[in-house]
Design a protein around this ligand. Structure first.
Ligand code: APR
Length: 310
């Protein structure tokens, strides 16, 4: 008899709680929410648990201010940290979130030494690197969630443009989760039809730019924080791929050791995601222009990594 997966979510704020909501409503496993705020993880876990009879999902949700209930988690999602305010870039969060993510990673390694970690805190690629270094986990077990969100935004905008089902839109976004991300037009299709046959290149360039600015567009609406519904949904898809060993082909921040000519850096790339975590980094044939854009994006992440004091 198989047991339910145990999924810990650190940070019970907007992204953490929304992730718990998506994860529980897809019955992916039991959820432990952890936060430093007293009462918040306990209250949100109980509130969600009381919704389970309505949606008919058997998930146990627990909230805690310490890590004891997280012991031997199958998956840990790290959403702890500050979110952006208008006028801020993701990089502006680096100093504060490095301290937070480092302390969280230490606890994760202590209580769940064999877990798979999905990092969401920003700046994403750098915080994922911090988590791998501090936990000492193998790189296949530490990844960052950005690519599914960035491609989802791209797919949503293409769907709005064409008025067709988002289910039929496939896309791939590479690179760091920031202004230098690289949406790949060559890997974007609608019902198998290359997107360039359906949307004019000038208009497509505008949609690509809106995708790059997708995060700040939401920050400018909210004024007091950043996106959480779509990030939560994207994390839940990654959790599902691991729990159900689906071997999904999705973009995620993965540790490059020579792939695309990149060394010792986390950057968004297509991966095979299953029970083993990052089971493979897929190497795409890129045009010179795409490769140059990916390297530039990785250089930006590397420059930030170089500033870290771990
Ligand atoms: N341990 C656990 N939780 C912490 C810690 C810590 N050391 N430090 C802060 N937190 C918690 C806060 O108490 C808060 O509840 O992290 C939560 C963050 O929630 P929000 O402020 O709502 O931020 P959110 O929108 O969820 O974004 C979290 O994800 O997408 C990224 O850029 C975003 O870095 C940000 C992170």
């Amino acid at each position: 008899m198989g047991k339910r997966a145990k999924i810990t979510i650190v940070g019970a704020g907007n992204v953490g709680a929304t992730t718990a909501h998506w994860v529980a409503s897809q019955e992916l496993g039991d959820v432990v929410l952890v936060d430093i705020l007293e009462g918040i993880p306990q209250g949100k876990a109980l509130d969600l648990m009381e919704g389970m009879p309505v949606v008919g999902c058997d998930c146990v949700l627990t909230g805690s201010n310490d890590y004891a209930p997280t012991a031997e988690s199958d998956i840990v999602v790290i959403t702890a940290g500050l979110a952006r305010q208008p006028g801020m870039s993701r990089d502006d969060l680096m100093a504060a979130n490095t301290k937070i993510v480092k302390s969280v990673a230490e606890e994760v390694a202590r209580y769940s030494p064999n877990t798979i970690v999905i990092v969401v805190s920003n700046p994403l690629d750098v915080m994922t690197y911090v988590t791998m270094k501090v936990t000492g986990f193998p790189p296949q077990h530490v990844m960052g969630m950005a690519g599914i969100l960035d491609t989802a935004r791209f797919r949503a905008f293409i769907g709005m443009e064409l008025g067709v089902s988002i289910e039929d839109i496939q896309a791939m976004v590479l690179g760091g989760h920031g202004d230098s991300m690289v949406p790949l037009i060559s890997c974007t299709s609608v019902g198998g039809i290359p997107v360039t046959q359906l949307i004019h290149s000038n208009r497509l360039a505008e949609i690509v730019q809106r995708t790059r600015d997708g995060g700040i567009e939401i920050v400018n609406y909210y004024k007091t924080g950043s996106a959480y519904y779509s990030p939560g949904a994207a994390v839940a898809q990654m959790v599902e791929a691991i729990v159900r060993d689906k071997k999904r082909v999705v973009p995620a921040a993965a540790y490059c050791q020579g792939e695309y000519g990149l060394e010792d850096v986390y950057v968004g790339a297509p991966i095979v995601l299953g029970a083993g975590g990052v089971e493979k980094i897929i190497k795409l044939e890129l045009s010179d222009e795409e490769l140059a854009a990916l390297r530039k994006s990785a250089d930006h992440v590397k420059a930030n990594i170089a500033k870290l004091e771990l």
